[in-house]
Design a binder for this molecule. Sequence first.
Ligand SMILES: [Ca+2]
Ligand SMILES: [Ca+2]
Ligand SMILES: [Ca+2]
Length: 207
Amino acid sequence: MKKLMALTVAMLGGTAALAADWAEVGDAGESLMTANITNGVGALTGITGVLNTNAEDLVDMYCIRIPDPSIFGATTVGGASFDTQLFLFDVNGRGVTFNDDAPAGGTLQSTISGQFVPAPGIYFLAISRYDRDPVDSNEAAIWNDTPFAAERAPDGPGAANPLAEWSGGGGSGGQYRIELRNAAFHVPEPASLSLLALGALAARRRR
Ligand SMILES: [Ca+2]
Ligand SMILES: [Ca+2]
Ligand SMILES: [Ca+2]
């Protein structure tokens, strides 16, 4: 048993060092079906990509995991030089939270938290060039435009409905880095799988 515990500690120690950014692959899409799926292990510390002003590159969407909503956060403050918007959707495409200009004020970049995230799990994070906004199948806005400097749960006429498409013009874009706090890659961490395997092994030994 002592050996098993030492092995567990070693694996946890090794996993703690696993943390990385995700770099956009190709051009991330703007729907659940075409989003970049972040594959990796451990903590997802950020996402780097580009919203190209000279292309139809108005929205990039990424599939991530949120292990603990109470400490989750995402921001483009300090990570982009253009006017960004950040959105979070659930796996059914329904809006969770949104911010245009960070609530702290004095910036056109965006910050969201886990305050409106209902449970740990898989979510879709989207960045857009202001003022490209998500709408439902009737072209009703899922979020209102204002107030700009507030993080809000869906409050538009289409608030209750899933994302169908995006609407409105995009201002200039550029390269960005979305800094993430307490987010994880889409796939489960191997540590939790290993611990499950170790648990199963220990249970088998007790028989
Ligand atoms: Ca892109
Ligand atoms: Ca903004
Ligand atoms: Ca907007």
